[in-house]
Design a protein around this ligand. Structure first.
Ligand SMILES: C[S@@+](CC[C@H](N)C(=O)[O-])C[C@H]1O[C@@H](n2cnc3c(N)ncnc32)[C@H](O)[C@@H]1O
Length: 238
């Protein structure tokens, strides 16, 4: 029996429910709209002028991140995505016809779509990230929730992402929880508030330059919740 089930969200776009994490890959209000808002718009992809624009995604899931990006950005994109569960790639092929052309490459899967390309690195992102030598203009931090997928929200993880960023990189995530904001700050990121998608109050934008919003600093100071770190998390689900 599969651990994953394809579902349809309220904007008509597909997502996947994972029985391992007891969570869907997207908010049920709309997978496509949420991806567009949280990541393509959150990382200001359309303001970038590089060729190619380099994007790193934490959690390939259904593959919506790449699809939504190339549909909304006419410039060439190099998109690198982490995925622990290879079965997700098979589901992505069922959901999005584009992925039927994915080919196996050493350590993962690759696809050229016009002038854009995607590389999916299969395995635990915490190991695979060590092989990456390039820097990215945008980071889509889209793991399952910090409660269910703790290992991808720790300060050690955010330090590794920091090493792959440059002065203009934007990291965008849907979460605004205190433990992950503290983890981001402790690994060098500077944070600002962004309105969350749909009825979610707040999301988080992280950069290397500028300064952290005063409102965020005050709120974090008032909370005794610790930054997520490898030392305090229990083992993640397989
Ligand atoms: C919320 S979903 C990603 C949704 C995706 N961005 C999309 O648009 O469909 C999170 C993904 O992260 C993957 N994941 C969880 N832990 C991981 C890990 N340690 N390393 C790599 N991938 C992981 C899950 O299998 C899942 O597919």
């Amino acid at each position: 029996m599969s651990n994953f089930e394809i579902i349809t969200t309220d904007d008509g776009s597909p997502s996947v429910y994972s029985k391992i994490y007891s969570e869907a890959c997207h908010n049920l209000s709309g997978a496509y709209q949420e991806t567009l808002y949280n990541f393509v718009q959150g990382c200001e992809i359309n303001k970038l002028d590089h060729r190619p624009i380099k994007i790193l995604e934490v959690g390939f899931g259904t593959g919506m991140g790449f699809i939504c990006t190339i549909e909304n950005c006419p410039k060439p994109i190099r998109f690198v995505s982490f995925e622990k569960h290879e079965e997700m790639v098979e589901l992505a092929k069922e959901i999005h016809p584009l992925y039927k052309d994915l080919r196996k490459v050493p350590g993962g899967y690759g696809l050229q779509a016009g002038e854009s390309e995607i590389l999916i690195l299969i395995g635990d992102a915490r190991d695979r990230i060590k092989e990456i030598k390039e820097q990215f203009d945008a980071i889509y931090q889209d793991a399952f929730s910090p409660r269910k997928n703790k290992e991808l929200w720790t300060k050690q993880w955010f330090k590794d992402l920091y090493k792959l960023s440059h002065d203009k990189t934007i990291l965008s995530t849907y979460s605004s929880s205190v433990s992950i904001r503290k983890a981001l700050i402790e690994s060098g990121w500077l944070l600002s508030n962004r309105k969350g998608h749909g009825n979610k109050k707040l999301a988080t934008i992280a950069k290397r330059t500028g300064e952290t919003d005063k409102e965020i600093i005050e709120k974090l100071k008032r909370s005794s919740v610790e930054a997520l770190s490898d030392e305090i998390i229990s083992f993640p689900p397989n």
